[in-house]
Design a protein around this ligand. Structure first.
Ligand code: GAP
Length: 496
């Protein structure tokens, strides 16, 4: 194994072990051996996930004047997926080993050998697998079936009627937003663009779930569907604000480059409405989440790589050491009128709008984020080992850290635990900060434990506190401490 690969696996193991031990996440139903593709969040992971979602809400939903969040059922009736095309097209190429009956993805088998599959048909995949005499990844047998399509939706027969009343767990939150479009358009004064956001569960019966949060069978998506007039694809109201902002782009077949929105529009022909939202997404990653520029890029997907409903598709990829390089965490999809047109046709409900003096079906620009993949990306990017300080640390931004502040008595005597609990309860009740109290082990160990989960501040109650009512605040990254009066503590912590 190459050195880079083995250090990636080592880092992945270290983060996973830490995450399981400290309460970020673990395999669902672990005591029964777990099931591939399902993970549960512990208190720390759930806190990071909540914080990611609330940053996402404030950045993307507040951005639009006519943008709203809704909630819907995750089980949707079969006609929805006939109309959307998922029943016909939402497939992965499946191969079965005829010796051990292990089932796996044909494209993954090829990609694992360094063979690109983006432009291959399913027949071509089968042929290359036969020609190269590739083997079953489980039992090493050559005796493999031809690749055939496998639909990734989970069927849910409803009630006692069985297959006659079939529904599916939704494979994306987007469909529920399309179903809600007419109601929301009417309830919000019939204006475009209209943004409908859903943060909710999506389900995909992945053939080979792997890479932790990257191929789950149940996961959370944060998706924003922006319905707009297609004649305004080349307009963006706030274009002047971002026209000189530099996007980090990897166009099809080219190297990654930094290029202004203006040039992306003129030279790469990215429509203004699309480029504006690329800038918005990039700012979210660089400015709100604090992702280093060198670890971020947009990658353009070619015709054969794009989902069946997309006309323009750039993925957001982050460079993740644990997963061997740039990986997709989100996408910007120009879905045209594909979905509303399908739903209008199949439901017989008119989904045309009257706007800009004409009647038409709105087009959709979708900003689609996998929340769990982003949570993993944050763990990967902000994990550090500081040999000099003999500590492991998550250098999360303050808006993402699962615990904002930990409170400790220096020792368990001289009234310090009582005072520390008073401070802890004050912060917990009177601020929005997430707080943690700890009085076990030496103070050094307690600091290390908080560094390990990324807590930005630790407050210590010591003998001086008992004399003059001051406490120390220790900052995670610099490890510097300063003394502050208890009365000033809330103000001091909230200003950071
Ligand atoms: N509504 C469009 C849509 O669902 P997608 O590219 O299939 O598009 C969007 O998924 C995002 O959802 C991806 O960028 C990824 O972050 C996340 N995602 C997709 N499949 C996933 C899976 N099996 N496990 C975890 N996250 C997944």
């Amino acid at each position: 194994m190459r050195k880079k690969e083995s250090s990636a696996i080592e880092k992945l193991d270290k983060i996973t072990n830490l995450a399981i031990k400290r309460g970020f996440f673990w395999p669902t139903a672990e005591i029964y051996g777990g099931k591939a593709g399902f993970y549960s969040y512990g208190h720390l992971g759930k806190s990071v996930k909540n914080k990611f979602e609330s940053l996402w809400r404030s950045h993307f939903i507040k951005e639009g004047e006519n943008f709203y969040e809704i909630e819907s059922s995750a089980i949707l009736p079969e006609p929805v997926f006939v109309a959307s095309g998922h029943l016909e097209h939402f497939n992965d190429p499946l191969i079965e080993c005829k010796t051990c009956h292990f089932r796996f993805r044909a494209d993954q088998l090829l990609e694992d050998q360094g063979i690109k599959t983006a432009d291959m048909t399913i027949e071509e995949m089968s042929k290359v697998i036969m020609d190269k005499r590739l083997k079953c990844p489980k039992c090493n047998s050559w005796h493999l079936s031809e690749a055939k399509w496998f639909n990734m939706m989970f069927p849910v027969p409803l009630g006692a009627v069985g297959v006659k009343d079939m529904a599916y767990l939704t494979p994306e939150t987007a469909q529920a937003a399309y179903l809600a479009f007419k109601r929301e358009f009417e309830a919000t004064r019939k204006r475009l663009p209209l943004g409908i956001a859903i943060i909710g569960k999506a389900f995909r019966n992945e053939i080979s779930p792997r890479q932790l949060f990257f191929r789950l069978r149940e996961f959370t998506q944060a998706e924003l569907q922006i319905f707009f007039d297609p004649d305004e694809l080349d307009k963006a109201e706030k274009w002047n604000e971002i026209s000189r902002y530099k996007l980090i782009l990897q166009p099809q077949g080219e190297k990654t480059q930094e290029i202004s929105c203006n040039d992306a529009h003129k030279k790469i022909e990215i429509p203004q409405f699309y480029a504006y939202h690329m800038a918005l997404v990039q700012k979210f990653y660089l400015e709100k989440l604090g992702i280093p520029k060198s670890k971020f890029r947009f990658r353009e997907l070619g015709e054969n790589e794009r989902a069946f409903y997309n006309k323009i598709h750039w993925d957001i990829e982050l460079d993740l050491e644990t997963l061997g390089g740039f990986k997709e965490v989100a996408g910007i999809h120009y879905r045209t009128d594909h979905d509303l047109l399908g739903h209008e046709k199949h439901s017989k409900e008119k989904l045309h709008v009257f706007w800009n003096n004409k009647s038409f079906i709105p087009h959709v620009l979708e900003l689609s984020f996998g929340v769990d993949r982003n949570v993993w990306a944050l763990l990967d990017i902000f994990y550090k080992e500081e040999l000099k300080n003999e500590r492991t640390i998550f250098t999360f931004g303050k808006t993402i850290a699962p615990i904002d502040v930990a409170v400790f008595p220096l020792v368990s005597r001289e009234g310090m635990p009582k005072k520390a609990l008073e401070v802890y309860n004050m912060l917990k009740k009177e601020t929005s900060l997430s707080c943690f109290y700890d009085e076990t082990d030496s103070i050094g160990r307690r600091y290390r434990r908080q560094d390990e989960i990324g807590t930005p501040y630790c407050i210590t109650i010591d003998s001086q506190t008992m004399k003059d009512g001051t406490v120390t605040i220790r900052e995670r990254d610099s490890m510097k401490q300063k003394r502050v009066k208890i009365e000033k503590l809330k103000e001091e912590l909230m200003k950071n």
